[in-house]
Design a protein around this ligand. Structure first.
Ligand code: NAD
Ligand code: MG
Length: 385
């Protein structure tokens, strides 16, 4: 039996993870579930799985959780420190599915306890990839990528011979505005931006998919996870989201992982790894799919791609600034304080305005993250519509 902790259990990835483990009650024992403040959803999942502990990161939500779980025997806790203590509890398998850099310290706490840490939460890898990887090596933790593209690459990548890999090709659906002109994107609403054509996801990553910043973050994520030169990582538009990514070897062989656009497949791969487990996914019907299309990405209409590649190549604090500014800009867009095209503009301006030295510790990354958020917030105030 594997003991399992889910950080961000009430979100899109958290719910998909719960769906899989609840189908196999003999294989998984839930140790802890955490959420920000979605008390009802957390309490229901806690009761269904009979978790040992349920935690809300927002302490103001603890009384409601306590009341909801009274008499169940489930421990409850609230606040940031309780979240970090819970992430640090010894679990065989931890799903990191908090959104944004709010997940960075919990990921580090999970890594430091030395189990298997499954990263859906990509922003910590963008901001502090080297630090997380070094901590995993030090504490004997196993990192597995749940992001569908990186999971696909992981399945195709011969880690014993990285020098035989010529290219990694990350596929990108292009999001809901793939064929829109910049002019058409000017008046995009939050409702339009969160309606992804292929995937059902949380609001922040849905907006990132619409701006293509998600693919920019994934470019950096891939560079952190796989030992290939930065310029050996390419992005290709593939609207059907059937091929999740590809690895091109020096002999001309290109290996790809295909599957339905449902996060339960990559999550199941991480849950069972190195074994495999059954999921409710229907077999892929290639005849029904009929065709697979590919196109080059357009950095003019989607400047987030260029910003992310520049940040990756510049290194140092740049990826952390890119990520933090994007989190602030996306939140402002979802609040209708700025327009859709201003998301990338704020990220770009924050990168111009704020240029601290490269971080070497987690504390330094957190300081840069805070500094970039403050700078981006100032820019949002200047632009409010
Ligand atoms: P979501 O918004 O649906 O869920 C986020 C979860 O984190 C919720 O449980 C929420 O309560 C919790 N949370 C939010 N803010 C928090 C805070 N400050 N402190 C503690 N907990 C907090 O997000 P999601 O779509 O499930 O995505 C989660 C992560 O996985 C993101 O980093 C995203 O980029 C990545 N990811 C998601 C998908 C997907 O299909 N949804 C695919 C690949 C990668
Ligand atoms: Mg992805």
């Amino acid at each position: 039996m594997k003991t399992v902790t889910i950080l961000g259990a009430t979100g899109s990835v958290g719910s998909s993870t719960l769906d899989l483990i609840e189908r196999e009650p003999d294989k998984f024992r839930v140790l802890a579930l955490t959420a920000n403040c979605d008390v009802e959803k957390l309490a229901q999942a806690a009761l269904r799985t009979n978790t040992r502990r349920a935690v809300v990161a927002d302490e103001a939500c603890l009384p409601a959780l306590r009341e909801r779980l009274a008499g169940s025997g489930i421990e409850t806790a609230g606040g940031r420190q309780a979240l970090l203590d819970t992430a640090a509890m010894s679990a065989d398998w931890t799903m990191a599915a908090i959104v944004g850099c709010a997940g960075l310290e919990p990921v580090m706490a999970a890594v430091e306890q030395g189990g298997t840490v499954v990263l859906a939460n990509k922003e910590p890898l963008v901001s502090a990839g080297e630090i997380i990887l070094a901590a995993a090596a030090k504490h004997g933790a196993t990192l597995l990528p749940a992001d569908s593209e990186h999971n696909a690459i992981f399945q195709c990548f011969d880690a014993t011979r990285p020098e035989r890999v010529r290219r990694i090709i990350i596929t990108c659906s292009g999001g809901p505005f793939r064929d829109w002109s910049t002019e058409q994107m000017r008046d995009v609403t939050p409702e339009q931006a969160v309606a992804h054509p292929n995937w059902s996801m949380g609001a922040k990553i849905s907006v990132d998919s619409a701006t293509c910043m998600n693919k920019g973050l994934e470019l950096i994520e891939a560079a952190r996870l796989f030992p290939v030169p930065h310029d050996a990582i390419e992005i290709v538009i593939h609207p059907q989201s059937v091929i999740h990514s590809l690895v091109d070897y020096v002999d001309g062989s290109v290996l790809a992982q295909l599957g339905p656009p449902d996060m339960r497949t990559p999550i199941a791969h991480c849950l069972a790894w190195p074994d495999r487990m059954a999921t409710p996914m229907q077999p892929l019907d290639l005849v029904a799919i009929g065709r697979l299309d590919f196109a080059a990405p357009d950095e003019q209409r989607f400047p987030a791609l260029r910003l992310a590649r520049d940040a990756l190549n510049a290194g140092g604090a740049r990826p952390a600034i890119l990520n933090a500014a994007n989190e602030i800009a996306v939140a402002a867009f979802l609040d209708r304080r700025i327009g859709f095209l201003e998301i990338a503009a704020i990220v770009s301006d924050t990168l111009l305005r704020y240029d601290p030295p490269a971080p070497t510790t987690l504390a330094e990354v957190l300081a840069i993250d805070a500094g970039a958020r403050a700078a981006a917030n100032e820019l949002v105030k200047d632009r409010v519509i």
